[in-house]
Design a protein around this ligand. Structure first.
Ligand code: HEM
Length: 392
């Protein structure tokens, strides 16, 4: 097999057969972009994620830090930290997040989802990426973080910022640099505003938060908001689109969910396993080591292929089959170990609510135009996908 490049358009459109080949023939092997070590089997992925002393999250710098991009606040954020710093920062944001998140999300998410579902129930054809799949997560994350007044910019910022990788085409680079600068300037203004008058949002909570008896400095505040925004918005968009595409291909499943709405949470969980938004996360080996008997030198950048682990046939029977009734074995869609996704309950709730509103109101869903794929190394999803919704 020629060396795999995850950004190759053919791979992008359907990477699963390529992952299967890696799992079968070369479970620990070098791929592109960036000559990274791909780990494709479930057990190996979990053992990498469980061992931050040997596999440091600083490996994500291989994606977030590029010489042409200037300073990217994501490189100093929670997701790139190792213990003990990670432990302190995570517990702080965990506290602020759990207090604030779930009680607020349900009514807002339901309102946005219901408005869409009512339009869809009368028959509707839209690019879903211009509609529900972006408006729902934008309103929710905008409200939680306190960024509601910039919701219309979220998509551009997020789509461009997650496209940063060692393989970013030159043509895309100026838009990434511009988005990092614009989001940075906007967040600075938000913090200035909240310093003058606190509001009921996470930006205000962060200003009052303390670690080891001291407040967060400006750089820490910025990297916090960057990671919450980037991790929390587009990943949910892709989960919504992927789940809708799955239903469009399986009308009998749509009928089943309509008859038994209690299956919707299992549907969301299986969609996360079957086609997750985050395909890859990166680590760097802190010393000479080995994975599944293959030696890796200190400094090797390791790509844990989460989406491949989720299709590992040694863990999931008929792994390529979408099955809402399968054994409830957790997947690694939200990662594993100390960096397990902070927003998992939020993403699950938003998606469940969207389908609770949509499923009883639409008769059929069709994809009417082949989707176009984004170009990020870690996050994979579509940037445009036309869908038609038929009335019941
Ligand atoms: C971490 C996936 C939604 C915030 C992660 C990781 C994954 C992931 C795989 C682990 C990365 C690693 O180990 O390197 C997803 C998926 C989502 C989603 C698939 C939606 C379908 C969200 C939301 C938020 C969020 C809605 C918050 C608003 C975070 C944060 C981290 C994280 C802050 C870093 C945690 C840490 O480093 O301790 N996410 N995520 N995510 N996610 Fe999510």
């Amino acid at each position: 097999m020629a060396r795999l490049n995850l950004l190759d358009p053919q791979v992008r459109a359907n990477p699963y057969p390529y992952y299967a080949e890696l799992r079968r023939a070369a479970p620990v092997s070098v791929i592109d972009p960036g000559e990274i070590w791909a780990i494709s089997r479930y057990d190996d992925v979990v053992s990498v994620l469980k061992n931050p002393a040997v596999f440091s999250s600083q490996g994500l710098r291989a994606a977030t830090e590029q010489p042409w991009a200037g300073y990217n606040p994501l490189t100093d954020s929670l997701v790139l930290l190792d213990p003990p710093r990670h432990t302190a920062i995570r517990s702080l944001v965990n506290h602020a997040f759990t207090l604030r998140v779930l009680p607020r999300v349900e009514p807002l998410a339901r309102k946005v989802a219901r408005a869409f579902a009512e339009r869809a129930s009368r028959g509707l054809e839209v690019d879903i990426c211009d509609d529900l799949a972006t408006t729902l997560p934008a309103q929710v994350i905008g409200n939680l973080l306190g960024l509601d007044d910039a919701c219309d910019k979220f998509r551009t910022w997020s789509e461009t910022i997650v496209a940063i990788s060692p393989g970013t085409p030159e043509a895309l680079r100026p838009s990434i640099v511009a988005s990092i600068a614009e989001l940075g300037q906007y967040l600075e203004e938000v913090f200035e505003d909240r310093r003058r008058a606190r509001r009921d949002d996470l930006a205000s909570d962060l200003l009052d938060a303390e670690i080891d008896g001291r407040r967060l400095d400006q750089a820490e505040l910025m990297s916090f908001m960057f990671v919450l925004f980037v991790a929390g918005f587009e990943t949910t968009t892709h989960l919504l689109v992927n789940s809708l595409r799955i239903l469009a291909e399986r009308p009998e499943l749509l009928a089943r969910l309509r008859e038994a709405p209690s299956v919707i949470p299992h549907f969301v969980e299986e969609a996360l396993r079957f086609d997750p938004s985050v395909h890859v996360t990166l680590r760097v080996a802190t010393r000479d080591t080995e994975i599944a008997g293959v030696p890796l030198p200190a400094g090797a950048v390791v790509a844990a292929l989460l989406a491949s682990a989720n299709r590992d046939e040694t863990r999931y029977e008929h792994a390529d089959r979408f099955d809402v009734d399968r054994d409830r074995k957790p997947s690694v869609a939200f990662g594993h170990g100390i960096h397990f996704c902070l927003g998992a309950p939020l993403a699950r709730a938003e998606t469940r609510i969207a389908f609770e509103e949509l499923v009883p109101r639409v008769g059929a869903i069709h994809v009417t135009q082949e989707p176009t794929w984004n170009c990020g190394l870690t996050v994979r999803g579509v940037t445009s996908c036309r869908m038609r919704f038929e009335p019941l």
